[in-house]
Design a protein around this ligand. Structure first.
Ligand SMILES: [Zn+2]
Length: 372
């Protein structure tokens, strides 16, 4: 059954079941299958990308609907995670190019309202990520005795799934992807962590490590955070995930990013997370042995790309953490809503007996496993 029908029937059968519903005050059914997409921002010159703005926004809204409704770990959930991250990037790029200051909609504002995706954009996603069909489904590949594994989303897109069994109840590892964000943005996150005696992992991009970026990660590392490898760029030259590279090219690009981190912080990075969580099993094994990097996925995806309101993201993140009781939390320090949420979250952890543990736990657990 197509995802939209599954979601629709789920909502019709279990309207009160929606995890997001408890955060919404004024639910209406009037637009249950309607499409509410704002017009593209005003612009003097509307180029091809801007002409596609509504399609990207509608499809982002569609995946935002799914993000908090799908059961964590299921294929629908992983697809939403991959596609939503990609689409948020597209929408932000177009808005920045137009000089607009963000879409006016709270994308996930109403869990009863379902958005219809653009078929053109869905086709683009299939092309970029290689989403296949349910036929020809590949078996999961265990990486290093079950610590992480590769599952195949939509039959053919390899996705890194993390195991957090090395964490005890109440233990949290915080991770921030895609930085360092310029100016004071990433530093605001680092300052909040420091004020709470907490450390996190910053999965950074080599392309952002000019002089200013290097100065930021130097401070992050001095505070005891792990500065780790996300990629050199977030995608290949053609906008695809690392699966479009040969293993050799993947190693070269990641090695370049690792070198920049080492030169800026004086510490060789220990951890790696592929953009979108998408990487092939063979390439991942080569990264582990060739670059001596430990792969780290996540077990709590805040889906922070889907929510613009810090209040909404904070409430949803807490609900996700309570539900699992521990985990490796994924956020992006490039998003304003995420930076505000982590500030409040650190306080909430203290008041609710959660402990932010050092990322070194993953390295120790992985090494112990290798030595078995
Ligand atoms: Zn990323």
């Amino acid at each position: 059954m197509p995802i939209i029908l599954k979601l629709l029937s789920f909502l019709l059968l279990f309207p009160a079941f929606s995890a997001a519903a408890e955060f919404e005050q004024d639910l209406t059914l009037e637009s249950a299958v309607g499409r509410e997409v704002p017009a593209a921002p005003e612009a003097q010159v509307v180029d091809g990308a801007a002409a596609d703005y509504e399609g990207y926004l509608a499809t982002l809204a569609y995946y935002s609907d799914i993000a908090y409704q799908a059961v964590p770990g299921t294929e629908d959930y992983l697809e939403a995670s991959i596609a939503g991250d990609y689409l948020r990037r597209k929408v932000d790029e177009i808005e920045a190019g137009l000089g607009a200051s963000g879409s006016p909609m709270s994308l996930n504002g109403d869990p009863v309202r379902l958005h219809l995706p653009s078929e053109k954009v869905m086709s683009e996603l299939r092309g970029v990520f290689g989403f296949g069909t349910e036929d020809g489904r590949a078996e999961p590949v265990t990486i290093k005795r079950g610590f992480a594994k590769i599952v195949y989303v939509k039959g053919s897109t390899p996705f890194l799934v993390q195991d957090d069994s090395f964490l005890n109840k109440g233990e949290i590892i915080l991770t921030f992807d895609d930085g360092p964000a310029p100016g004071k943005y990433s530093m605001a996150v680092a300052d909040n962590l420091k004020a709470n005696s907490a450390q996190a992992v910053f999965f950074v991009l080599g392309e952002k490590l000019g002089a200013a970026g290097k100065a930021i990660i130097k401070v992050e590392a001095e505070d005891g955070n792990f500065v780790a490898v996300h990629g050199y760029n977030h995608a290949t030259e053609t906008g695809k995930p690392f699966t479009a590279y040969t293993t050799g090219k993947t190693l070269a690009k990641l090695g370049q990013a690792a070198g920049s981190i080492t030169s800026a912080t004086g510490v060789k990075p220990a951890l790696f997370r592929p953009p979108y969580g998408v990487i092939g099993a063979d390439a991942l094994k080569a990264v582990i042995t060739g670059l001596d990097l430990v792969p780290l996925g996540w077990t709590i995806d805040t889906m922070d790309w889907s929510v613009k309101s810090p209040d909404e993201l904070y409430a949803k993140t807490i609900a996700l953490i309570k539900q699992r009781g521990k985990g490796i939390v994924l956020m992006h320090d490039i998003h304003p809503q995420s930076r505000e949420t982590v500030r409040r979250l650190l306080q909430w952890f203290k008041e609710n007996n959660y402990k932010v543990v050092s990322p070194d736990r993953i390295v120790q657990a992985f090494r112990a496993q290798q030595g078995e």
